[in-house]
Design a binder for this molecule. Structure first.
Ligand code: MRU
Length: 364
């Protein structure tokens, strides 16, 4: 996608600069577009765990490059396995992270240590290219849903979408998952408008989704997380599209905390609730998302404080709770498949069921 007319991906390698890995520091958006240069696996682990880089597909891609950086220091079997385990443990919920590390190890174990660095960069590059292509395909399939909605209304009627968290191009390598169809609908002239949940506690919607949509010229409005149900009751939401960090083989969906409440409100108001994902987000080993998907518990300070920009333009954190009040911070929740209208994947759309997923992915 483009920033001020220049095309970017959300992760890239600079061969002329020691094969370092570059990302945008997502903790500083939307106020500051800072590029971080990562040169060690520790840099990568830190960037993932502090959420300088985030979003399920992107943390997988960046972790893959983290393993390439680790191999530059020590390409032996023991170090490779240890660094792979260290990178895979940086965040627990998004399955793409573990998937990417397992794919890297599968490709690298048979390679002689002296050839592993080159092989690792090549494999990580393929993971990135495939993610971008899968998301573009998700965009095309999701676009059909928006086109169908537009056709069912008088020409030019505004289509109101709602999304939660950030499942745009900076959460993936390119395009995004939930936002890819929205970008394509906007680009072909459909009258789309997006309600953007602010997504407390870290405000990925208010900070990142709003920044992405604004940069692309997509009409949008940021709303408090609690506003979605009210808007749905008043007919102001035509379609919900969210991304996900892990989908079970039965169609349960783990995504940013608060997604489940949106799905409940959507069902009560007959609003279609779609989930966009590349197949790298499906955990074929898990049947029950509520009991089996590990939910990341993040620092209480993300609840007790909010980050923002002060009157002088400096980034700052402000306390909003009493000194002695404890806070809890589960970062994800699971939306049971029964509340999901359907899944949008790179191979097309399907019901959120085991049979639906197997129709698209018979090899599983
Ligand atoms: O904690 P985050 O910001 O990494 O959570 C991200 C999300 O929940 C996204 O919706 C999900 O990863 C899909 S990204 C295409």
């Amino acid at each position: 996608m483009k920033i001020n007319g220049t095309p970017y991906r959300s992760v890239w390698v600079n061969e002329k600069d020691g094969w370092s890995v570059h990302i945008f520091d997502q903790t500083r958006l939307p106020f500051s577009l800072d590029i971080l240069r990562l040169t060690t696996q520790q840099d990568v682990a830190h960037a993932i765990s502090t959420m300088q880089v985030r979003g399920a597909p992107l943390i997988g891609a960046v972790a893959a490059y983290g393993l390439a950086l680790a191999l530059r220091q020590d390409a032996g079997d023991t170090a490779m396995e240890q660094n792979a385990a260290m990178l895979a443990a940086t965040r627990p919920t998004a399955i793409n992270l573990r998937w990417a590390i397992e794919r890297m190890l599968k490709a690298l174990r048979p390679v002689a240590p002296q050839d592993r660095v080159a092989a690792a960069y090549a494999e990580a590059g393929r993971i990135c290219d495939e993610d971008a292509a899968q998301n573009e395909a998700i965009g095309r399939h999701g676009l059909e849903l928006i086109r169908a909605l537009a056709k069912s209304r008088p020409a030019g009627t505004q289509i109101n979408l709602l999304t939660h968290c950030n499942a745009g191009w900076i959460a993936t390598v390119d395009w995004g998952t939930a936002l890819a169809p929205i970008y394509m609908a906007h680009d072909e002239g459909l009258n789309v408008h997006v309600w953007v949940d602010e997504t407390r506690p870290r405000n990925q919607g208010a900070a990142l989704t709003a920044w992405e949509l604004g940069s692309h010229g997509v009409p949008h409005t940021v709303i408090a997380d609690n506003a979605g149900g009210h808007l749905m009751q008043h007919g102001l939401v035509d379609l919900v599209i969210v991304g996900t960090d892990r989908v079970t083989r039965t169609g349960d969906v783990a995504n940013k905390i608060g997604t489940y409440l949106k799905a409940l409100a959507a069902q009560d108001n007959n609003v279609p609730f779609w989930v966009a994902l590349p197949s790298t987000t499906i955990d074929w080993t898990v049947a029950n998302g509520v009991t089996e998907i590990p939910i990341e518990e993040r620092a209480a300070s993300e609840i007790t404080h909010v980050a923002g920009r002060d009157a002088n333009g400096a980034l700052t954190r402000v306390q909003i709770t009493p000194d002695r009040s404890p806070a809890a911070n589960p970062a994800f929740d699971v939306t049971p498949a029964r509340l999901v209208t359907g899944l949008i994947t790179e191979r097309g759309c399907c019901p959120a069921t085991e049979a639906g997923l197997h129709t698209l992915f018979p090899e599983q």
